[in-house]
Structures are given as structure tokens and as C-alpha cells.
Ligand binder design. Structure first.
Ligand SMILES: [Cu+2]
Length: 500
């Protein structure tokens, strides 16, 4: 299928060049290329496959949740007793009943699908035993955790089938919503698609005075949003369904639950929202148009809470939000919807007590960026370019034997990430750097919104946009930086940086 797609891709590419040369660009109708016939004969391929070749824009709509299943809350990973490690995380195969009576083959950590939530206290050091029970190599990447390169679980850090290793994770950074997932080269997209992802929370008792809800599973809920395309027999046949420009599905799952609803018992709820999709961008809002409060970005609390009406997250980005249910009338229904009005997560509100205990507002005394930081010269230029499997960073594809960049441990540098448009206008690339939590200085020279004024490890870069980042690596080692459209990453839209 990959070879076939490449061939088709090349043909369309040549056709476009030809039509552009004959002054007929834009004359080609992408719907023509995307008709019903090809839809059937090519299976899932053209769900964004050919369409995105043409205009990067053919995103299949998701179906609204029927609200028939209570949302699964990933269990907290429990500490081991009497072992020489604190936690164990096992990548394994299993089956999941997404559709009644049908068993779908899936991957999970310590279970059939997704993984338990690993919580580490700020400043705490834990020993984690990682085991690969799959029939293929995997890695364990702690997305957003500032650990040494050798335990970051990048593409060079394979754990072979049947192998275990004990590693030490230290949460020497602020409280945040992070996650863990595989990062094995050329197989990341498939392993995540089949179900390997889990939440990794850094907890801090310092924040207690802010009265941010923190009763896990009660008023502090992780929400892992993903889209999936199932084959006719309701399997996740990645090789048949995958799209090199990012595999998009028409089925929304939240925490692995299809058609979810969430019963709300507390007036103020904290949601830790993760876009865990391979490629889809989400813009979330509330079905009653009410505003909600964003309190955190990928890697820390925001400088101050911000009232927002919509939240856009590209693949791998996170945000923590608070929703106040105390003002809802009994008849009013509420759901988290996307930009097409599709209900992704309806709520069933059954408040035990509607008295809301509002979270304290905070403002940090230090400015988010000092005037000096804003004026620092650019040290590193990153150019993202391409589509399908013809994707590059600074004109190159990933090479495990090549170090692309070097930066000194603890020294702050400004990176400018440029998403160079292609002849079809280009597409959003979410840019992720391992081993660091950075600050976004500006977008095309303009100061960023308050909702991006927190630490981040992934940043959405629009076509044609230049985003300046303030980047410091607290640990040493070799890390990767890459596009977090997992198919782009697998196709080599990734480089390596050595921190010395
Ligand atoms: Cu990309």
C-alpha cells in the first residue's frame, strides 16, 4: 500500500506541476479525485489520502457521541511493594470491544488499550520497570519529561520483545500533564494507533492553596481525544488504513471509549485534555457557547488563568481546563464539541452539591518573557517542509547516524521554526522537541496569546508561519525533534540534537 501510495503521490505531483506550467493550476477538482468509486476501491486510503495530497484539507467528519457508554477513566498506576522498582509498565497485546460482540485487536500498557496514569510528585525520583511483551520492538517515551537523553525512549532506545529494563524518572520540573507513548522508528504511528498511550502527571502539593480540583477520577479527569478508522470487520488494520499525510478517522474515542458520556457530580471540574491522535487537529468548545477557564499548557500552569471559548490542540498538545457546572439549569444539556458542532463528550450532570468553590486566580509576578529574552538573537533555524512521505526538516530526513544540531546543557537559545508552504498551501505541522519545556516567544513576530503563556513541548505551526521558541535543555544526551503527525515522524520528519 505504501509503495502504491507513493506512486500515486508522485503521479499527482507531476500532474500538478504540468497543470501549473500550462497556467491551469487550481483547475483540478479535488472532488473528482476523491469520488465515491475510488472511495470504495481504495478502502480507507482516500480518507484524507488523495484529498490531502491535493489540498491537505479533506478531513473526515467525526460522528457525534451517542452517549451510550460511561467514559473510562484510566486507573492510577499503583506503586509496587517489595520490588526493586516503584512502578511497572508493560507494553502488551490485547483485545477491546469497541462494538458490541466484536473483539478488536489492540495494544495497551498493563491492559488491552491505552495505559494507567503514572503520577510522580514534583521533585520525586521513581524507578520504573519497562517491559516489552509485544512481538515487535518498542520504546517508552516520556513525552514532556525533562530526562537524560539515554532514558528518553527515543527511536534509538529500542526494547526488544521479551526484554525489560529499569529506569529512573525524576520529575525535576513544575506540575504538568504529560504523557507516555512509543517512539520506535517507522512504527510509532502504528503502535499509537493500536492503543499505546498513557497519561503521566506531575503532581505538586505547592498548588493546593489555589484550590485547583485534584481528586483524580472525581473532579480531576484526563481526556485523551483520538480519532480512529476501523476496517469493515471493525479492526484497526493500520497497514490497510494508514495515510502517509497523517491517518485520520471518522470515529471519535475518548480514553478509548466509543460513544462516551461523563457523569458529573462536582460543580467545578478540571479536565486534562490531550490530543492523542496521530494527526487530527481539534478545536474544542462547549455546546452552550459558554466560556471555560484554561489553567495550564503542555508543561506548566499558565501565567494566569484565561477565560476562553475555544481551545485548539494539535497532535500531542495538552491543556488543562476548568468547567463550571454550577450555573447550568436542570434542563440544560452540555457537551464538549468540535468546530463542526460534533458532540465529542456529552455530560450527564448530577451535582451532589452545586456550591462551587472557585479556584483562586493567580498572576505570576515575573513577566512570562523578560525584555532581554524577547530580544535574544535566533541561534537555530528549523524549516518544516513537505507532505506525504516527502517530508523534511531543513531539507533532510532523519538519519540515526547524523547529529543535526548541538546545544550546551543549561544554555538558553532561540529557535525559529518555519513551516514552509508547499504548492498546495501547506499544512499544520505540530513541532515537538524532546528533553525540554520551552516558551513560545512569538508567532510571525507577534506576541502569543495568554493561553500559550506557559511551558510547552509541542507547538502548532501554521503553514507559512515562523514561530520563535526559547529553548533550554536541563539534561545531557541525544534527543530528537520532529513533527508530531506520527506518519510524518515515521517518514523521517525528524532530526537529532546533542546536548553537551
Ligand atoms: Cu508534519
Amino acid at each position: 500500500m505504501r509503495e502504491f501510495l507513493k506512486l500515486i503521490g508522485l503521479m499527482v505531483f507531476l500532474l500538478l506541476i504540468l497543470s501549473a506550467c500550462s497556467g491551469n493550476s487550481g483547475g483540478m477538482d479535488s472532488n473528482m479525485m476523491n469520488g465515491e468509486d475510488s472511495d470504495q476501491s481504495m478502502g480507507g486510503m482516500n480518507q484524507g489520502g488523495m484529498g490531502s495530497m491535493m489540498d491537505h484539507g479533506n478531513v473526515p467528519s467525526l460522528a457525534s457521541s451517542e452517549g451510550s457508554n460511561e467514559l473510562t477513566i484510566p486507573p492510577l498506576l499503583e506503586k509496587q511493594q517489595g520490588q526493586n522498582y516503584d512502578y511497572e509498565v508493560v507494553a502488551q497485546q490485547g483485545t477491546t470491544e469497541f462494538y458490541k460482540g466484536i473483539s478488536t485487536e489492540t495494544y495497551g500498557y498493563n491492559g488491552d488499550l491505552l495505559g494507567p496514569t503514572l503520577t510522580i510528585e514534583e521533585g520525586e525520583k521513581v524507578e520504573v520497570k519497562i517491559t516489552n511483551d509485544l512481538n515487535e520492538p518498542t520504546t517508552f517515551h516520556w513525552h514532556g519529561l525533562e530526562v537524560a537523553g539515554e532514558i528518553d525512549g527515543g527511536p534509538l532506545d529500542e526494547i526488544q520483545p521479551g526484554e525489560s529494563r529499569i529506569i529512573t524518572l525524576e520529575a525535576d520540573q513544575p506540575a504538568a500533564t504529560l504523557w507516555y507513548h512509543p517512539h520506535v522508528h517507522e512504527m510509532t504511528a502504528e503502535q499509537v494507533y493500536r492503543g499505546l498511550s498513557g497519561m503521566l502527571l506531575i503532581d505538586s502539593s505547592d498548588k493546593e492553596e489555589l484550590a485547583i480540583p485534584n481528586d483524580y477520577g472525581v473532579n480531576d479527569i484526563p481526556l485523551i481525544f483520538q480519532d480512529r478508522l476501523f476496517s469493515e470487520d471493525k479492526q484497526l488494520n493500520y497497514n490497510q488504513l494508514m495515510d502517509e499525510d497523517g491517518t485520520l478517522g471518522d470515529v471519535s474515542i475518548v480514553n478509548g471509549t466509543i460513544n462516551p458520556k461523563l457523569t458529573i457530580t462536582k460543580p467545578i471540574m478540571r479536565f486534562r485534555v490531550l490530543n492523542g491522535s496521530n494527526a487530527r487537529n481539534y478545536t474544542f468548545s462547549l455546546s452552550n457557547d459558554a466560556s471555560f477557564t484554561q489553567i495550564a499548557s503542555d508543561g506548566s500552569l499558565l501565567d494566569e488563568p484565561v477565560e476562553i471559548q475555544e481551545l485548539t490542540l494539535a497532535a500531542s498538545e495538552r491543556a488543562e481546563i476548568l468547567i463550571d457546572f454550577s450555573k447550568l439549569t436542570a434542563e440544560e444539556s452540555l457537551a464538549i464539541i468540535n468546530d463542526e458542532g460534533v458532540e465529542l463528550l456529552p455530560f450527564d450532570v448530577k451535582l451532589e452539591d452545586a456550591t462551587a468553590n472557585p479556584t483562586e486566580k493567580w498572576t505570576t509576578e515575573e513577566p512570562f518573557l523578560t525584555p532581554e529574552e524577547k530580544e535574544m538573537p535566533i541561534e537555530k533555524n528549523i524549516e518544516l517542509f513537505g507532505m506525504m512521505d516527502m517530508v523534511t526538516i531543513n531539507g533532510k530526513k532523519f538519519d540515526a547516524d547524523r547529529i543535526d544540531l548541538r546545544q550546551e546543557q543549561g544554555v538558553t537559545e532561540v529557535w525559529e521554526v518555519y513551516n514552509k508552504k508547499d504548492m498546495m498551501g501547506g499544512m499544520i505541522h505540530p513541532f515537538h522537541i524532546h528533553g525540554t519545556q520551552f516558551k513560545v516567544i512569538s508567532r510571525d513576530g507577534k506576541e502569543v496569546d495568554p493561553s500559550e503563556q506557559g511551558l510547552k513541548d509541542s507547538v502548532l505551526v501554521n503553514p507559512g508561519e515562523k514561530v520563535k521558541l526559547l529553548v533550554t535543555f536541563p539534561e545531557k544526551g541525544v534527543y530528537v525533534f520532529h513533527c508530531h503527525i506520527l506518519e510524518h515522524e515515521d517518514s523521517g520528519m525528524m532530526g537529532q540534537i546533542e546536548i553537551y
